[in-house]
Write a protein that binds this ligand. Structure first.
Ligand code: ADP
Ligand code: ASP
Ligand code: MG
Length: 406
């Protein structure tokens, strides 16, 4: 007998027929004698609809009320799945965030889970009851409903698995595992049997939305055995594992991209001490996170270009901050560019192989793709490109690093 957490994403519970299918999958595990907690997302498209409703009333809405509205999608699916399970003769009960309780901080819209006391759920396991828990939501330290950020049900599931000391956390979704690139744009992407926590963390934070970044961080910290698999086909999925569980590391395990960044260039800004501190200090004060930065060497010793990237959504706020600094910076122009994409290659093997970045740059050059900004870390290289090259760049790198499926 094992204790399992099964998480089903939006597409997997997107219709009544699909919810019935999920109930059958859960029943199979219950019939095998396992203790099961299920975590569900809202029906596909529902959270987007709720976010749009909020935004249509006010773009500067109160985050506490945003959470009250957008958390409702999951209330519907926990109820429906519990009923579907009961129809199959399974004892099941729904749990909203406040009922479990999933205790979080009070950062509304992007709350972090602090604690999940689950004694009552465990007590009910002993009575043969299945717990059907709402993903994405919790109860804040201010005693109000919180949400965990988009894609947050993955984190709900992993956190619950850690709190329950579950033997495994299965993330059922609309793909049958983690691929070498997003299968929606790279038709030659190959499914990975295993991927390390470190690589999955980089892939997720660099755009692969198959798992929310925080869920991978949490799985790594609490050593949760995590599998990503299909809710539509009975196939083994991808296990996220320790480094030692992989005998031979690929130089590059995956290619990913994100359109969530925007670029800003300060043209001909004064080349003197304190300018970078002024710019990035003011942006930090306005809670604008800066990702990539490049400063050119000035030709005349007086002025240079300073380019950096920030979150796409934060561009208006950043421009406001920079316009206020215009006199101090004494620059020729402040040029925003929202039409960029960050494409990254990720792989543990990069640590022991030279020439990976060079190979990436050559492959892109051969296709005439210009690189605007570069950033690297131990196991990844990222480049900023014009958005129109997204598909071409991902496919080119996928082929160049030998990842194409046979
Ligand atoms: P869910 O609603 O089940 O949480 P998501 O839409 O959040 O599902 O995540 C699954 C999607 O992630 C897939 O449909 C796929 O397009 C996308 N994805 C991006 N990168 C990858 C990758 N490397 N491997 C698998 N899926 C990926
Ligand atoms: N329903 C939420 C969202 O769409 C959470 C999730 O699906 O993981 O972001
Ligand atoms: Mg998701």
């Amino acid at each position: 007998m094992a204790r399992l957490v099964m998480k089903f994403g939006g597409t997997s519970v997107g219709s009544i027929e699909r919810i019935r299918n999920v109930a059958l999958k859960v029943k199979r595990e219950v019939d095998a004698g396992h203790e099961v907690a299920v975590v569900v997302s809202a029906m596909s498209g529902e959270t987007n609809r709720l976010v749009d409703l909020v935004s249509s009333i006010s773009s500067m809405h109160d985050a506490r009320e945003y959470d009250v509205v957008v958390s409702t999608g999951e209330q519907v699916t926990v109820g429906l799945l519990s009923i579907a399970l009961q129809e199959l003769g399974i004892s099941a009960r729904s749990w909203l965030g406040w009922q479990v309780p999933v205790r979080t901080n009070a950062i509304h819209g992007a709350a972090r889970i602090e604690d999940i006391p689950c004694d009552e759920i465990i007590r009910r396991f002993a009575e043969g009851q299945v717990a059907v828990c709402a993903g994405f939501q919790g109860i804040g330290s201010d005693n109000r409903i919180t949400t965990l950020g988009r894609g947050g049900s993955d984190t709900s599931a992993v956190a619950l698995a850690a709190a329950l000391k579950a033997d495994q956390c299965d993330i059922y979704t609309d793909v049958d595992g983690v691929y070498t690139a997003d299968p929606r744009i790279a038709t030659k992407a190959a499914k990975l049997d295993k991927i390390t926590y470190e690589e999955m963390l980089e892939l997720a934070s660099l755009g692969a939305k198959v798992l929310q970044t925080r869920s991978v961080e949490m799985a790594m910290k609490y050593r949760v055995k995590l599998q990503v698999l299909s809710s539509f086909e009975d196939l083994p999925g991808t296990f996220v594992v320790d480094e030692d569980d992989i005998v031979e590391h690929q130089v590059v395990s995956g290619v990913t991209y994100t359109r969530d960044e925007a670029k800003v260039t300060l043209q001909q800004v004064a080349d003197k001490p304190g300018i970078a501190a002024t710019v990035f200090g003011a942006l930090a004060d306005a809670h604008v996170n800066v990702d990539m930065i490049v400063q050119n060497v000035s030709e005349n010793g007086h002025a240079t270009d300073l380019t950096f990237t920030i979150g796409h959504k934060e561009l208006p706020q950043a421009m406001k901050v920079l316009e206020k600094l215009r006199d101090k910076l004494d620059c020729k122009a402040i040029v925003p560019d929202p039409d960029v994409v960050k494409v990254s290659i990720v792989g543990m093997g990069m640590r022991s192989h030279a020439g990976v970045a060079q190979k990436m740059f050559s492959a892109l050059a051969e296709k005439g793709i210009n690189i605007q900004v570069i950033s690297t870390s131990e196991i990844k290289v990222s480049v900023l490109l014009a958005e129109e090259y997204t598909e071409l760049a991902v496919r080119t790198l996928h082929t160049a690093f030998g990842l194409d499926a046979a």
